[in-house]
Design a binder for this molecule. Structure first.
Ligand code: GRF
Length: 182
């Protein structure tokens, strides 16, 4: 069975969606380790509740991004990770076998506050994207997308919640596709 390494910075609801998909037999994989760059990230508790080992690696403890990335890779190797999944991991990473989920229809609205950017631009449709990570922020080959309508009266919170539901669907699906070599 393939082993995932999941990198988080916060809430970890996408991590939870992946753990749930595995538990429900929708995703044939195991999570070998959850790493966070933020001590006390709430998502770490979700990992512990699922019996998954966790580690915190703060970028502040490393002199350069290269050194930080090397330390991350060492940890991922130690847990025999086959595929790395960023799930709300708020750091740029050197590319590798890494997936990311983003709350917009990329290439629209990369970066922070994608949902606010969509509202400010007045788009009628936005969505969620899972893509392979390359050297640019929120950029790289797209694996799956799901469109989400922007409704009258939406604010950042209501739109984010509607997009998040789709993130939780497409992230486990995209991981399964990659693991099946599609
Ligand atoms: C998600 O909206 C994801 O698309 C973005 O960061 C958020 C993380 O949420 N990259 P969570 O920690 O998975 O709940």
């Amino acid at each position: 069975m393939r082993t995932l390494g999941i990198l988080i910075s916060g809430r970890g609801s996408n991590l939870q969606a992946i753990l749930d998909a595995i538990r429900e037999g929708k995703l044939d994989a195991r999570v070998g380790v959850v790493l966070s760059n933020v001590d006390g990230a709430p998502g770490l508790e979700r990992a512990r509740a699922a019996g998954v080992p966790t580690d915190v690696l703060s970028h502040k403890d490393y002199a350069s991004r290269e050194q930080y990335d090397e330390a991350l890779v060492d940890h991922l190797r130690a847990h025999e990770v086959d595929l790395v999944c960023l799930a709300g991991f708020m750091r740029l990473l050197s590319p590798g076998r890494i997936l990311n989920v983003h709350p917009s229809l990329l290439p629209a609205f990369p970066g922070l506050h994608a949902q606010r950017q969509a509202l400010e631009h007045g788009v009628k449709v936005t969505g969620a994207t899972v893509h392979v990570v390359d050297e640019e922020l929120d950029h790289g080959p797209i694996l799956l997308q799901r469109a989400v309508p922007v409704l009258e009266g939406d604010d950042e919170e209501s739109l984010s919640a509607r997009i998040l539901e789709q993130e939780h669907r497409i992230y486990p699906e995209a991981i399964a596709l990659v693991l099946e070599g599609k």
